[in-house]
Design a protein around this ligand. Structure first.
Ligand code: SF4
Length: 490
């Protein structure tokens, strides 16, 4: 097949597991009530944050590396069609087969068909966000094919009939005792005397997975990077399970978002330095696997690459939102986000949680399908500071909020309460006299405040204090202070 759909107007928005059953504020409120979840998240994110900061500080040229990563990705996104066609040509020339999928349903259909053709009823999988996004495991199960996750954290999620809550550490919301319980309940043949020591838990998973690896005839992987000039695919992982999936089965099917292509092999030098330091706080990634087509007599002999759009060309069409496609899924932005740290990944509803999820998911599904996510941020900017490819997430959040407001305005003839409130605020702020009058009125808030805080405002402002305190207005306004200090001079 050719890459003809790339950039075509009207490419449908993404589908799959990109939105939850309830809006973010509802899910976040419930998550905030889970003290155990907050403890698990707080401990884990603080550890990864500190480790990342330590190893990043070791590199004097970190900012230059970030800039190089940003520039490569910007070039890729500006010339995506050409790089993808080159990748297809090189991968095919080396014995692989390339398939193009417009959306989740088509991608699932292609992969299911490829597995069916082998006669296998079980596949081993390397951790892959994209296969989570398109709901591949469910599609395979519906076709009578069992997908076995082999990344330890993904295995915990799968056995716990759970959903991932972090890009890199999908079971970050689970502690050791919970993992032990899941293994005892779900893992066939596990030692009933299993303890919650990390070594014992890892050994139980290793024994379980070893049997699966040796029996597997089909492996399914994601792709971290695909090199257009050579047709090389690259997967980075920490446990070595990926390498087993990539080398033992006869058939290997790699599923990749179209934005993961990089122009040249040398570009990997930039990303393989940026990614581990940003992701796990390691200087080098433990297992980096690369393969280029088929090598006769060595590894899988039937090699496929499925290139998936699923809303990406729609995101590409918006120049202000497009940089979100540069993400290399390091998860550094999650670990520094004050919102993510308190509510965890499930509240976002999408397989992409945290700041990157808040800008990526609404673009992949269409903003109206995920309208609350761009508001799931305090706009503190910490995500932008740590992003290894310099994605300005706060600016994209503001842009998406504006798109959402515009879309709502275009749909409704009657202005909503927020639009009325903003128009009133605009009217007040347009005049110094009106603004001063409003400030004097606002100071009445001092009468209902306690210890510098107002716990509950009257309607129509009650929504603001339903989940937070409002500060008591200061005893004097800035203008009064200025007049006292400087007289009436401006
Ligand atoms: S947006 Fe940046 S920091 Fe966040 S996961 Fe992507 S690359 Fe990492």
């Amino acid at each position: 097949m050719s890459g003809a759909f790339i950039g075509m107007p009207g490419t449908p928005p993404g589908a799959g597991r990109l939105r939850g059953d309830e809006p973010f504020p509802v899910a976040a409120r419930r998550a905030l009530g889970d003290a155990q979840l907050r403890r698990n998240l707080g401990r884990a994110t603080a550890t990864i944050r500190a480790r990342r900061a330590r190893v990043v500080a070791e590199l004097p040229d970190w900012e230059e590396l970030r800039e190089a990563g940003r520039a490569i990705k910007a070039d890729v996104l500006a010339n995506l069609d050409g790089y993808l066609e080159r990748l297809e040509a090189e991968f095919t020339a080396r014995g692989g087969a390339v398939h193009w999928a417009r959306d989740a349903a088509q991608a699932n259909e292609i992969v299911t068909g490829l597995v069916r053709a082998t006669g296998a009823t079980e596949v081993v999988k390397v951790k892959s966000m994209l296969t989570d996004e398109i709901g591949l495991n469910d599609a395979l199960a519906a076709a009578g094919i069992e997908a076995v996750e082999t990344d330890l954290a993904e295995l915990i999620v799968q056995l716990g009939h759970d959903r991932p809550s972090h890009i890199l550490v999908p079971a970050i919301h689970r502690n050791r005792a919970e993992i032990r319980e899941i293994f005892l309940r779900e893992m066939a043949g596990v030692d009933p005397a299993l303890t919650d020591e990390p070594r014992a838990l890892a050994e139980a998973a290793r024994l379980h997975l070893r049997r699966k690896f040796l029996a597997a005839r089909v492996g399914i992987s994601g792709v971290n990077f695909a090199v257009a000039e050579t047709g090389t695919l690259c997967v980075v992982e920490s446990e070595g399970n990926g390498r087993m999936c990539l080398t033992l089965p006869q058939t290997l099917i790699s599923v990749m978002g179209i934005e993961k292509v990089v122009p040249a092999f040398a570009d990997l030098g930039v990303f393989l330095r940026l990614l581990p330091r940003s992701a796990t706080g390691e200087r080098m990634n433990p297992y980096t696997s690369m393969w280029t087509g088929v090598t006769p007599g060595d590894g899988p002999q039937d090699v496929h690459l499925v290139l998936v759009d699923n809303g990406r060309t729609a995101a590409l069409a918006d120049p202000a939102g497009r940089p979100a496609l540069a993400c290399i899924r390091c998860s550094a932005c999650l670990n520094v986000c004050p919102v993510y740290e308190r509510v965890g990944g499930h509240a976002y509803g999408s397989v992409y949680p945290g700041p990157i999820g808040a800008v990526l998911s609404p673009q992949l599904t269409g903003i109206e399908e995920n309208a609350t996510l761009p508001y799931a941020s305090s706009l503190c900017g910490a995500c932008y500071d740590v992003c290894p490819v310099k994605i300005d997430i706060p600016s994209i959040l503001v842009h998406l909020r504006a798109r959402h407001v515009e879309a709502a305005r275009a749909r409704s003839l009657v202005p909503g309460a927020e639009a009325v409130a903003m128009a009133a605020a605009g009217y007040v702020m347009a005049s110094p006299g009106r603004f001063a009058l409003a400030q004097r009125g606002g100071r009445l808030g001092r009468l209902i405040g306690r210890q510098g805080r107002i716990g509950r405002l009257p309607p129509p402002l009650a929504g603001w204090t339903s989940a937070r305190d409002a500060p008591v207005p200061p005893a004097q306004t800035f203008r009064q202070w200025w007049r006292r200090e400087h007289g009436d001079s401006q």
